[in-house]
Design a protein around this ligand. Structure first.
Ligand SMILES: *Cc1c(COP(=O)(O)O)cnc(C)c1O
Length: 470
């Protein structure tokens, strides 16, 4: 499988290089040159398969010759063996035709573990074969950071730097990152918003000399490997509910558009996904886009669902590339104007085409709280604020109630105990393996919102090619 950039000017790469590269050199994102498509027969053959078996089938065409199939199978088995539910991504029925897909059974309790636990192992495998080391830098609004750190900690070939917006993540989220006591883990608290953190990371990648100097790589949601690994749970749920012989709809609480784009990819692979519902909080650029073709940037405001406090959804560019009929030049032009003017100018016809599949809904903080309370009252389920947004958006926007609706629960309620308790009166408990989190010591450095400072910090602290390399 070859990969092309959404902006059309970066070299085509194979999977191994795409995995290690992250952002393309033309500023775009890598996508498969063509979507692998399974027949109905091929999908049917996977019914009843385990999560790791489905993962192997789904991922194999994307990785091509980069890794032996038997090695890939071993990595996948190892990845999901550590999850705390035998089904890995269990479905729970909410009402007569809607389900919640619980994606919080990995080590850090968010859906990001499902891809990152796999990616960490893949990086290790590919780097060992090549005899290379890398520096991973990522921005997080909360959950990516801990999941990435947990996936990369103590790996010899990797140094990892994670930027988070100072004071804008939950205590649980911050502690999950800053209490990891590993020499290769570096936490940086940036004076700014998540978008500032993300811009700093993009700034690093756009400095090609620096990028080569420290062998820079990314595991944030622009990395194709993450999207790829996320396709698996959409296939797993679809098959469980009757695909390919029955349609299905998904509702996804959305920030960087990576999770819901994986559902789009699952559809391109031949699954009968009839509708994709995007849930947004008060940072509602995506719901304004899908509702009114108004994608205009505003200030980021902190909400009860901090992992969605985002105004520039990086992975949206991958959908845009599809909507532009995979024309890199046109996509690049749109993105540059969006960056310059703060407003995306998509023609009406393409926007309407997007609406054939997508719908979106926005919940304010009060509505998110009411959603947690209402879901608990109606179903007995305690859900986190992000998941509540997904569920209510799904219930609100579903087009056809006879099509099973699967709402994605992206975090365990105990990651956001204050918001959940405030809404429902019940304080969710951390699972056993994290019960002493608040007693562990924190370690992080503060950083100004300044690219030069970040570069200096990375040079000073990492072990790639620097003095500390000995
Ligand atoms: C990261 C995250 C999201 C947003 O996912 P995207 O792939 O960025 O759209 C939603 N909910 C939780 C709990 C998250 O950690």
């Amino acid at each position: 499988m070859r990969y092309v950039s959404t902006r059309g000017e970066a070299p085509e790469l194979d999977f191994g290089d795409v995995l290690l590269t992250g952002l393309a050199r033309d500023g775009g994102l890598y996508v498969p040159k063509q979507w692998p498509r399974f027949s109905g027969e091929e999908w049917r053959a996977l019914r009843g398969a385990t999560y790791a078996e489905i993962a192997l089938a789904v991922i194999k065409p994307f990785v091509g010759d980069t890794i032996y199939e038997s090695d890939l199978a071993d990595i996948l088995t190892d990845t999901y063996a550590g999850f705390d539910h035998d089904a890995v991504a269990p479905l729970k029925q909410l009402d007569h035709n809607s389900w919640v897909m619980e994606l919080f059974h990995g080590p850090t309790l968010s859906f990001k573990d499902y891809a990152l636990q796999f990616i960490g192992r893949m990086f290790d495998h590919v780097l060992k074969e090549r005899g290379e080391r890398i520096t991973i830098v990522g921005a997080t609004s909360g959950d990516t950071g801990s999941a990435a750190i947990e996936a990369c900690r103590d790996r010899d070939a990797i140094d990892i730097f994670i930027l988070h917006p100072d004071g804008r993540t939950s205590d649980v989220q911050r502690k999950q990152m800053t209490t990891v006591d590993s020499l290769n883990v570096h936490n940086l608290a940036v004076a700014g918003t998540f978008d500032d953190c993300q811009d700093l990371v993009k700034g690093l990648f756009n400095d090609i000399a620096f990028r080569d100097e420290v062998n820079l790589s990314a595991v944030n949601s622009i990395n194709w490997g993450r999207i790829m690994a996320q396709i698996v749970y959409y296939a797993h749920a679809s098959l469980a509910l009757g695909a390919p012989d029955r349609e299905i709809a998904f509702a996804v609480p959305t920030g960087n558009f990576g999770n819901v784009f994986a559902a789009y990819a699952a559809r391109e692979m031949g699954l009968p996904i009839a509708q994709l519902i995007v849930g947004a909080n008060e940072n509602d650029i995506l719901s304004r886009f899908f509702q009114d073709n108004d994608m205009s940037m505003r200030e980021v405001v902190p909400t009860l669902s901090p992992s969605m406090d985002i105004q520039v959804s990086s992975n949206f560019e991958r959908l845009l590339f599809e909507l532009m009929d995979r024309d890199g030049e046109a996509t690049s032009h749109l993105m540059q104007t969006f960056r310059a003017s703060g407003r995306l100018d998509l023609d009406e016809g393409r926007w309407r085409r997007a609406l054939g599949l997508f719908a979106a809904h926005r919940l304010s903080n009060e509505e998110s709280s009411a959603a947690m309370r209402g879901i608990h009252a109606a179903t007995g389920e305690l859900v986190d604020p992000h998941s509540a947004i997904g569920i209510v958006s799904g219930w609100t926007c579903r087009r056809d109630p006879s099509i099973p609706l699967v709402c994605v629960a992206t975090a365990h309620p105990a990651k956001f105990p204050d918001a959940v308790e405030e809404a429902t009166g019940i304080r969710p408990e951390l699972p056993n393996h994290l019960a002493d989190l608040f007693d562990r010591e924190e370690r992080f450095d503060r950083l100004r919102n300044n690219l030069g400072d970040l570069q200096a910090t990375v040079r000073r602290s990492n072990r790639v090619g620097g003095e500390q390399n000995a």
